[in-house]
Design a protein around this ligand. Structure first.
Ligand SMILES: C[S@@+](CC[C@H](N)C(=O)[O-])C[C@H]1O[C@@H](n2cnc3c(N)ncnc32)[C@H](O)[C@@H]1O
Length: 272
């Protein structure tokens, strides 16, 4: 797939333009990816985050996925997770939920994703982790009772949603009073202001906002070799995967570098 064609697909999949088509396209993409991409040592589908300074603690077996775990580590750093009920919305192959379940002693972690094949893949890849489960469900209409969770995590998933305000209202509904919503994703620079309006459902107070683009670019650079070795294995999908995974030279990598695409992190708290 040429970069120009990929740009057109991105255009259709860009939040706000064709919401229903966008949602349908992404679901197909993730179903197909999860069906055919069976690598047991690949539990993440994000661009990563490389913090400055001292590296955060990780078990040796998790080191290969450090940069992808980094997005989760920065999302939950400083939050009290022990004994808490955590929901990840858009949990993908489950690596982020698995990291939280294994490192922070929560009571339970539920990963939810709207791609049924991705949920099946996540269950297979993470069946070694107690307190962790995966469910099929839509961010815009979650299958959970009001006030079910202490913490909701959402990493690089919201750009797929047809209705981000509906997602934010659902977050506010299923969070307990005093609970935290921690979010990270990218948007075209021109959409940043509307993203903040869309995420601010009644009951959610914005506590922290950061532009993490430089740390995401550093992670993309650090992961380039591992990714290109993996991508190189599948000739048919090579071009698509290279664009999709943000390899150097891809449309999204260039967008992040030039500032036309921005990767942000937000933290909200539900009023007590
Ligand atoms: C780029 S992947 C990120 C996965 C994971 N958060 C990670 O960092 O590895 C985006 C995920 O969001 C899921 N997703 C997209 N739209 C969704 C929706 N409306 N409800 C729930 N999950 C959704 C996709 O199926 C996909 O697994």
């Amino acid at each position: 797939m040429s970069s120009r064609l990929f740009s057109s697909v991105l255009d259709i999949a860009t939040p706000g333009r064709f919401p229903r088509t966008q949602k349908w396209v992404w679901r197909r993409v993730y179903n197909i990816l999860s069906l055919f991409w069976s690598d047991a040592d690949w539990r993440f589908m994000n661009y990563g985050y490389l913090p400055e300074g001292e590296p955060f603690p990780l078990k040796p077996e998790d080191e290969p996925e450090r940069v992808f775990i980094g997005l989760y580590q920065q999302a939950v750093a400083g939050l009290e997770l022990e004994g808490k009920h955590v929901l990840e919305v858009g949990s993908g192959r489950g690596g982020g939920s698995r990291y939280i379940a294994r490192y922070y002693a929560p009571a339970a972690v539920t990963g939810m994703d709207y791609s049924p094949e991705t949920v099946r893949r996540a269950r297979r890849l993470n069946d070694d982790t107690p307190v962790l489960s995966f469910e099929n469900g839509d961010a815009e209409n979650m299958p959970f009772a009001d006030g079910s969770f202490d913490i909701i995590v959402n990493i690089e998933s919201s750009h797929c949603y047809g209705d981000v305000p509906a997602f934010s209202r659902e977050v506010s509904r299923v969070l307990k009073s005093g609970g935290w919503f921690t979010f990270a994703d990218m948007r075209p620079k021109s959409q940043l202001n509307s993203l903040d309006v869309q995420l601010g459902a009644p009951g959610l107070e914005l506590v922290e906002h950061r532009n993490i683009t430089p740390r995401v670019i550093a992670a993309l650079d650090a992961a380039e070799t591992r990714k290109s070795e993996r991508i190189g294995k599948s000739r048919l999908l090579r071009r698509f995967m290279s664009e999709f995974s943000g390899s150097k030279g891809s449309v999204l990598y260039k967008g992040l570098k030039s500032g036309s695409v921005v990767y942000v992190a937000r933290r909200y708290r539900k009023a007590r």
